[in-house]
Write a protein that binds this ligand. Sequence first.
Ligand SMILES: Nc1nc2c(ncn2[C@@H]2O[C@H](COP(=O)(O)OP(=O)(O)OP(=O)(O)O)[C@@H](O)[C@H]2O)c(=O)[nH]1
Ligand SMILES: [Mg+2]
Length: 319
Amino acid sequence: MSVDDLVEGVLNRRRRDLARLISLIEDEESSALDVLSRLYKHTGRAHIVGVTGPPGSGKSSLVTRLTAEFRSREKTIGVVCVDPSSPFTGGALLGDRIRMQEHSLDDEVFVRSMGTRGHLGGLARATSDAVRAIDAFGKDIIFVETVGAGQSEVEVIDIAHTVVVTDVPGSGDDIQAIKAGIMEIADIFVVNKKDLPGAEKKATEITTMLDLDTRERTWRPPVLLTNSRSGEGIPELADTILKHHQHLVDSGEMKKRGLQKSKDELRELMKFKLTQELLQKLQGRPEYEKAIERIASREEDPYSVAERLIAEFLFKESR
Ligand SMILES: Nc1nc2c(ncn2[C@@H]2O[C@H](COP(=O)(O)OP(=O)(O)OP(=O)(O)O)[C@@H](O)[C@H]2O)c(=O)[nH]1
Ligand SMILES: [Mg+2]
């Protein structure tokens, strides 16, 4: 399929073409970049909502409920599930698929799981491109679900305008997990499984933690209680998500973040491109292999070699 056809397919909202494009992104096919570059001016419209939190806290159930809630408000929905911590693509993701199937007959909902294969450019990069493809396709709200545990999840969630952090009653370990960086990125806290004992207590704990945070801010993350089995608290959560979006727009934060993200992205892409180009030129060159040996045997240091190779092969050769 040609780049032209794929661009046209996505813009004409052909689901199969969107799925195809995301597969190309996952496989790191260079044609994906050609398509994305042509789609770029059609993006930036979707509200991207990250949902992160401990395993089993009900992220998928919440997203499924929120999808139904927003569909009833005439919003179209995209969902991307990412599981960077798990080397398996079976279990959890399969379960998510089955649960999301209640929406699969709805043409206005597009669901996609991101596997862990490939991703030289990083899972965050691939996810961001997949979300961008769905944005160009025209979905109003795009959920990105990822297990909250470490750095890579924080990177994945970085593309979200609104970050919902989920937690459940019980185990104090969750607070530990939240403290380890997740807390900082939360725009909305959700204590899910409010039907279980200790939900109110957990909400109070989070509120206390927020009270201790003295950073200056214009948005204090609300703490909401939900039951994603019964649907209790879901309309309020949907309202809060929209309210946060409005806050970003009204406060100018949206524009500011847009500029920062563009800057970061451009830098990342240039870094990637430059590295790729340089390594391509060096590949199989005896000077390159020799330099590596000389560094290993301490005849040369890596700092000077890096500088020399860059000067010789990237700048001199390309002139
Ligand atoms: N009692 C109760 N159970 C819930 C609630 N929400 C979700 N669950 C159950 O919790 C389990 C995990 O829910 P998921 O939605 O798969 O959680 P998740 O955070 O997406 O899980 P991973 O993607 O595997 O990290 C399922 O058995 C749900 O039925 C709730 O509000 N109350
Ligand atoms: Mg899940």
